[in-house]
Design a protein around this ligand. Structure first.
Ligand SMILES: CC(C)[C@H](C(=O)O)[C@@H](O)C(=O)O
Ligand code: SF4
Length: 467
């Protein structure tokens, strides 16, 4: 096998051919679908009289529109019900495995595929969802695609794509107490900007990522796209293999040994050549919180909202817009900002280790007066595990609501929505204007521990004070 980066090796191994356009026709090993971006793709397929070419490589779940309280069908929201019915019908007619609500394995697409061992090193993975980059945590090349590309993958199991450049982002050292994977990626995006990764795949390397567990690596890769990189990945190692071993779809017996040999082979070589290399020191990373309307507008929790002087010239207009929208003044400390809603969940931070960390800070404390705080597990399996560990009791006793699995207020395509100008502390990945269900609602992104710290104090709080 050629010497190079994991990205190059996986890309080359999946190349079917070069198209007249110069693009690569790339075979997609695993196609994940959900209710939002698949109905139209199936309709286009039917229009052309085509069928799904590899139904066994297509896996479906429902996540965005699922209510997290009353899940009675038909859903009160007729559009949600329509999307659900379309997905049910398309999966049934095409022989596609569908993890429906109540199956025990439903959840956010980027949570369920890894937890079932569907996501594996060396794969190409596509999904009509921008946070597909999450799966790169396993050393897969995984990216979000648009609806017409969902159609293409359904019909041919291939995509026509231009190859990305590869940037190595190295972070070295141990994270300080109160600093999490979420802070690492918010810090990186703050430094490189939301467009910094455009045209690149980001390889996350260095001892900080090596020391992370798989769920932490997923949090980092999940937000690669928020920094502009269509995919992000971590080279597979023993941590990856230990996580995968024994999961439903992980190779078994001899196949496991063969798989390990192949996975070891696809790791980036020590002398691989990168298009760019950037190095950070973990010691420089603090609990980070966004103050603006893009995930790049972040600061350490003990810093103040930056003034125009501290902002690059080409980002000043966006900062101006952010001050106004967020109703935060330049120079104002972010700590002490009053919050209305606190949300722990999403494909960034809705996994079991996130809930364990959140529970640590919720234990023996109580949600502040006037604050609505709720916890939404990323999947039915995460929910079950959390309940087996008694985490839900800790949350309920502390005054948090304990919900059913789904995307929930990350995007608010279900009934969980901010009202009016409410300000939310959220463990999700996007703080765009109106993102959480109210056209004037405001979002501060932070780690689950920081969300709980905000919930119990009623304001943005440095989680290190609660340790
Ligand atoms: C609905 C879906 C297409 C969308 C995405 O692509 O990411 C959503 O998951 C999001 O997070 O905004
Ligand atoms: S949890 Fe949020 S970011 Fe993730 S897939 Fe759902 S809506 Fe998108």
């Amino acid at each position: 096998m050629s010497k190079g980066t994991l990205f190059d090796k996986v890309w080359d191994a999946h190349t079917v051919g070069t198209l007249p356009s110069g693009q690569t026709q790339l075979f997609i090993g695993l196609h994940l679908i959900h209710e939002v971006t698949s109905p139209q793709a199936f309709a286009m397929l039917i229009e052309r009289g085509l069928s799904v070419s590899f139904p066994e490589r297509t896996i479906a779940t429902v996540d965005h529109i699922v209510p997290t309280e009353d899940q009675t069908r038909p859903y009160a929201d007729s559009l949600a019900e329509e999307m659900m019915q379309a997905l049910e019908k398309n999966c049934q007619e095409n022989g596609i495995t569908f993890y429906n609500v109540g199956s025990g394995s439903q959840g956010i697409v980027h949570v369920i595929a890894p937890e079932q061992g569907l996501t594996q090193p060396g794969m190409t993975i596509a999904c009509g969802d921008s946070h597909t980059s999450t799966h790169g945590a396993f050393g897969a090349i995984a990216f979000g695609i648009g609806t017409s590309q969902v159609r293409d993958v359904l019909a041919s199991q291939t995509l026509s794509l231009s190859k990305l450049k590869v940037r190595k982002i190295e972070v070295n050292g141990a994270l300080k107490p109160g600093v999490y994977a979420k802070d690492v990626i918010l810090h990186i995006i703050r430094k490189l900007g939301v467009k910094g990764g455009v045209g690149y795949a980001h390889e996350f390397a260095g001892t900080t990522f090596e020391q992370m567990n798989m769920e932490e690596r997923m949090t980092v890769c999940n937000m690669a796209i928020e920094g502009g990189a269509r995919c992000g990945y971590v080279n597979p190692d023993q941590v990856t293999y230990d996580y995968l071993r024994g999961r439903d779809f992980a190779p078994k017996g001899d196949d496991w040994d063969k798989a390990i040999a192949w996975w070891n082979n696809i790791r980036s070589d020590a002398d691989a050549i990168y298009d760019d290399v950037i190095v950070f020191d973990a010691a420089d990373i603090a609990p980070t919180v966004t103050w603006g309307i893009t995930p790049g507008q972040g600061i350490a929790v003990d810093e103040s909202v930056p003034t125009q002087d501290g902002i690059a010239e080409d980002e000043r207009a966006s900062a101006e817009e952010a001050y106004r929208y967020m109703d935060l003044a330049p120079g104002q400390p972010i700590q002490g900002t009053k919050v209305d809603v606190c949300f722990v969940g999403s494909c960034t931070n809705g996994r079991i280790s996130d809930l364990r960390e959140a529970a640590k800070f919720a234990k023996g404390r109580h949600v502040a007066n006037g604050v609505k705080a709720f916890i939404v597990p990323g999947s039915e399996r995460v929910k079950k595990q959390a309940e087996a560990e008694g985490l839900h009791d800790i949350f309920l006793t502390a005054g948090f609501e304990w919900r059913e699995a789904g995307c929930s207020m990350c995007l608010a395509m279900n009934p969980d929505k901010l009202q009016g100008r409410q300000l939310s502390a959220s463990s999700s990945n996007r703080n765009f204007k109106g993102r959480q269900g109210s056209s004037s609602g405001r979002t501060l992104l932070m780690s689950p521990a920081m969300v709980v710290a905000a919930a119990v104090t009623g304001q943005v709080t440095d989680v290190r004070e609660l340790i």
